[in-house]
Design a protein around this ligand. Structure first.
Ligand code: PGA
Length: 249
């Protein structure tokens, strides 16, 4: 069975109380009013999670965070555990986003440990992988993605507790996207790796991320083995985000 499309909004470090919650409300109201053919997830900054949970209560919009620590609790100033995110009402957490890999030097091993922590805390991990432009230009995209997938996804992963997000680093926030055949090649390879390694590998959702917008979403979502989108910039505008959600058919 083809996995149901998931459209996930990654707000990154954006959103202050009033406007942020207004955006949550706008998404929640529209999603409730329409019979969308996808699941919808928003990942606001940690500061808005608990209030956002109140706003989406009773709707089908799911809530996620953008990172978690590997431990459940302890002396880690400034960090947030998967258990805390669960306590705030989250069902998902993004781990290994390229911005965290770059800004915080996160390695595949750390990302894997975070995905394990997510499972321990009862969250579904969205594990991000993707090559840089230099790696793509050197013909290494498939090798890099395959290696990251093998090293970042824990053995205990299954289609319920793990989502894969393929996000070419050079496509994030740049307005550039790979061609459909390029996306198809990477997603096809990820699917092969997942089915080889996991019994339910055919059921994992594989999201594409990187400059998804209202214009290109329909086309990208039609690519084989693309089971949704991880949307950054366009998720900060309710109309754009909803237009992307409506592209799922
Ligand atoms: P973008 O970001 O849609 O702004 O390119 C995607 C992401 O980083 O998840």
């Amino acid at each position: 069975m083809t996995p149901r499309i998931l459209i996930a909004g990654n707000w990154k470090m954006n959103g202050l109380g009033g406007d942020g919650l207004a955006l949550v409300r706008a998404v929640a109201q529209s999603v409730s009013a329409e019979a969308l053919k996808c699941d919808v997830l928003i990942c606001p900054p940690a500061t808005l999670l608990r209030e956002a949970k109140g706003v989406i209560a009773g709707t089908s919009v799911a809530l996620g965070a953008q990172d978690c620590h590997t431990d459940a609790k302890g002396a880690h100033t400034g960090d947030i555990s998967a258990e805390m995110l669960k306590d705030c009402g989250c069902g998902f957490v993004i781990v290994g986003h390229s911005e965290r890999r770059t800004d915080h030097g996160e390695t595949d091993a750390q990302v894997r440990a975070k995905a394990e922590a997510a499972r321990r805390g009862g969250l579904t991990a969205i594990v991000c992988i993707g090559e840089t432009l230099q790696q793509r230009d050197a013909g290494q995209a498939i090798a890099v993605v395959t290696r990251q997938l093998a090293s970042s996804v824990p053995d205990g992963a299954n289609a319920a507790n793990t989502v894969i997000a393929y996000e070419p680093v050079w496509a994030i926030g740049t307005g550039r996207t790979p061609t459909n055949p390029e996306i198809a090649e990477v997603h096809g390879r990820i699917r092969v790796e997942l089915t080889t390694r996991f019994r339910d590998g055919a059921e994992f959702r594989i999201l594409y991320g990187g400059s998804v917008n209202a214009k290109n979403a329909a086309e990208i979502l039609r690519v084989e083995h693309v089971n949704g989108g991880l949307v950054g910039g366009a998720s900060l505008d309710a109309q754009s985000f909803l237009a992307i959600c409506r592209s799922a058919v």
